[in-house]
Design a protein around this ligand. Structure first.
Ligand SMILES: Nc1ncnc2c1ncn2[C@@H]1O[C@H](COP(=O)(O)OP(=O)(O)OP(=O)(O)O)[C@@H](O)[C@H]1O
Ligand SMILES: [Mg+2]
Length: 252
């Protein structure tokens, strides 16, 4: 098998005295989608933020593209090719759609991403993002705050793509979206994978994660309690019942 694009080893993360991630390890191989499922408050966002250097872990390794990232600032990790679509979108409400999309390019312009290290994928730029998300093209000069929740999610994904990342971290992209938009988000992720992108996806939506992921982990109280294919998870009723009851009811 290929070298993992991302290797997380025995990660321990705290908020002050609060011990949240209690030894998490996982691999993500290029061109795959790895999903993290788990109920509210189990540590999914903490895992994403630890990987991206936003909430630095106290112990363990985050090896991205063969380079140890733990201890490096989040902007340096971003420059190495990791982009985040944060929980709650976090777009800039007063900036226009265009300005939101241009932010990563200005931020990364002087960084190590200046060279075209895109792993052989066609590069993302404004025309290509607008072609992929025509709704954003129609609203290019509108303030981000005027967009619907679904449009804001597309903007958050488009903004991440503008950085031409090698790995995209997506934290609950389905949160608050109507069923039709869920299908759209599912389609976007499948398209991105078909284009060679790699995604670490955090989800509470069981059906969505099962539909797109190559590999699924279940997190419970800061530990991974399951790792396997979606079909292996579907065949593990004890895991589903004990660790994903909420996700299954709230999912599909
Ligand atoms: N900034 C913080 N300071 C202190 N505790 C925090 C902070 N952020 C999260 N926590 C706690 O850490 C634990 C894990 O939170 P986290 O946000 O990672 O969960 P999650 O799985 O992403 O939940 P959700 O599905 O609600 O997004 C929770 O107990 C939460 O209360
Ligand atoms: Mg979260």
């Amino acid at each position: 098998m290929s070298e993992p694009l991302l290797a997380v080893r025995d990660l321990h993360t705290y908020y002050g005295d609060s011990y949240v991630l209690q030894g998490v390890s996982l691999d993500l191989h290029p061109g795959t989608i790895v999903a993290i499922l788990g109920r509210n408050g189990m540590g999914k966002t903490t895992l994403v933020r630890s990987v991206a250097g936003l909430t630095p872990p106290r112990r363990g390794d985050v090896v991205f593209k063969g380079r140890q990232q733990r201890g490096r600032p989040s902007y340096a990790i971003a420059q190495d090719g990791m982009a985040i679509v944060p929980q709650g979108r976090r777009i800039f409400r007063s900036l226009s759609v265009r300005e939101n999309l241009l932010l990563p390019t200005s931020r990364l312009a002087r960084g190590a991403r200046g060279g075209a290290r895109d792993g052989g994928r066609p590069r993302w730029d404004m025309p290509r993002v607008l072609q992929e998300f025509p709704q954003l093209a129609e609203r290019i000069d509108h303030p981000g705050g005027a967009l619907s929740g679904g449009e804001q999610q597309m903007l958050a994904v488009g903004r991440a793509l503008m950085a031409n990342p090698d790995l995209i971290l997506m934290d609950e992209p389905s949160e608050g979206l109507a069923p039709l938009l869920l299908r759209h988000v599912e389609g976007i992720m499948k398209t991105l994978r078909a284009q060679g992108h790699s995604i670490l996806l955090v989800e509470q939506n069981f059906a969505l994660a099962m539909a797109v992921a190559d590999h699924v982990h279940v997190v419970s109280s800061g530990r991974l309690v399951f790792g396997g294919t979606p079909s292996a998870l579907a065949a593990a009723p004890d895991v589903l019942d004990h660790h994903l009851g909420v996700a299954r009811e709230g999912g599909a």
